[in-house]
Design a protein around this ligand. Structure first.
Ligand code: PLP
Length: 400
């Protein structure tokens, strides 16, 4: 009978975590499940990064570091932002946390008060609304449909801003859609924000190295450096370097915000793992060959899954610009009946049907705030993608 705080009771366990648990439960019962719910690279962390961590341990880098991260790691981040994105920053404009997730959470904790609004374009990464709620704020979900490429437009942004707006969250490339903003699109959004200096932009660019589009990856600060006082750009090593378990993410933003994040972190965790920081610094500064190889594999899988899904009557899917997800529409199958007579009323029914009838685990679009879709991950082998798409095709064909 523990009395829990409303910040806990008002939020959900992440639906992707719940879906992954369901897969594990079914597998434990002996069912063969083709798992397309995975949100992390299926590659192992490259050996040269592991070697850097071992060197750090052997060299005694096993103590607390400064709250805001080691100078070596912040210099690596500074160099990466400058060379890859054309964003110049000082070392005191960088914070390092236990994953991008923690940086995002603490940034909201540092700035959001009850009554404050955070604009969350949908479909969104499942954690954003709950992170806002856990910090006492109000998520303002704005639908960004397929007709606008699942992206926020300047008009919709302008209309969503009120006197209480603190943040707008941009995630490019996006989880779950893979859609990425072009330089022109970012400039247009940034110009709206320059007219509303009380609104900040939280740019989650965790997937920006897993990039397939023929336009260059860029950040809002690449195109509008004058927006710097209003922006926190967040990234990390989890996805690009297959380092999800190492828990290192970072942010670049105005000093007052970075100081506030560091102050909270000083009371929460003191600092991220010293060993992981050494590994992350090595990841950012060493040869990027392993990233290029992984991206080439993700691209092949994206192309294959995209073609196979689009060949299934009733499903349709945009080509993702980046990340390792596809977000197909199942609008063409809503209202159909399963062989045992149940109606597919929505995307949750559809993804449960896929699990039961096809043994394919996906996450329903409702979890990301825009229906009727489902998310599939390509962070799995081509064999599983092929088998899963074939099973999905058979299950869809059986609908009446
Ligand atoms: N942002 C998005 C959009 C993600 O999909 C994820 C992980 O699923 C994260 C942030 C979290 O990354 P990290 O492992 O650095 O906490």
């Amino acid at each position: 009978n523990i009395k829990l705080a409303s910040r806990v009771t008002s939020i959900r366990v992440s639906p992707s975590t719940a879906a992954a648990q369901k897969v594990r439960d079914l597998q434990a019962e002996g069912r063969r499940i083709l798992n397309l719910t995975v949100g992390e690279p299926d590659f192992d962390t490259p050996d040269h990064i592991k070697a850097a961590a071992i060197r750090a341990m052997e060299g005694g880098e096993t103590k607390y570091t400064s709250v805001n991260g080691t100078v070596a790691l912040r210099k690596a981040i500074q160099h990466d932002f400058a060379t890859r994105l054309g964003i110049d920053c000082e070392l005191n404009e960088i914070c390092v946390g236990g994953g991008a997730k923690q940086v995002l959470f603490v940034a909201l904790m540092a700035t959001v008060e009850p009554g404050d609004e955070v604009i969350v374009p949908a479909p969104y990464w499942v954690s954003y609304p709950d992170m806002v709620i856990a910090n006492g704020g109000t998520p303002v979900v704005v639908p960004c449909g397929e007709e606008v490429g699942f992206k926020l437009t300047p008009e919709v942004l302008e209309a969503a801003i009120t006197a209480n707006t603190r943040w707008v969250i941009l995630n490019s490339p996006s989880n779950p859609t893979g859609a990425a903003y072009s330089a022109d699109e970012l400039r247009a959004l940034g110009q709206v924000l320059l007219r509303h200096p009380h609104v900040m932009v939280l740019c989650d660019e965790i997937y920006d190295r897993i990039w397939f589009a023929d336009f260059e990856p860029c950040s809002i600060l690449t195109v509008l450096p004058e927006l710097k006082p209003q922006a926190l750009v967040v990234n990390g090593v989890s996805k690009s370097y297959a380092m999800t378990g190492w828990r290192i993410g970072y942010g670049v933003g105005p000093v007052a915000l970075i100081d506030a994040i560091n102050k909270l972190q000083s009371q929460m965790s003191s600092c991220p793992s010293s060993i992981s920081q050494a590994a992350a610094a090595a990841a950012l500064t060493s040869d990027q060959h392993s990233v290029e190889e992984a991206v080439a594999v993700y691209r092949q899988r994206r192309d294959r899954a995209h073609a196979l899904i689009n060949a299934i009557p009733g499903l349709s899917c945009r080509l993702p610009d980046g990340a390792f997800y596809l977000y197909p529409s199942c609008a063409g199958l809503i209202g159909k009946k399963t062989p045992d007579g149940r109606t597919i009323r929505n995307d949750l029914d559809f993804s449960l049907y896929l699990l039961e009838a096809a043994g394919v685990a996906s996450v329903h679009g409702g979890a990301y705030g825009l229906e009727p879709y489902f998310r599939i991950s390509t962070a799995t082998s081509m064999e599983i993608i092929d088998a899963a798409c074939a099973a999905i095709a058979r299950a869809c064909e059986a609908l009446d």
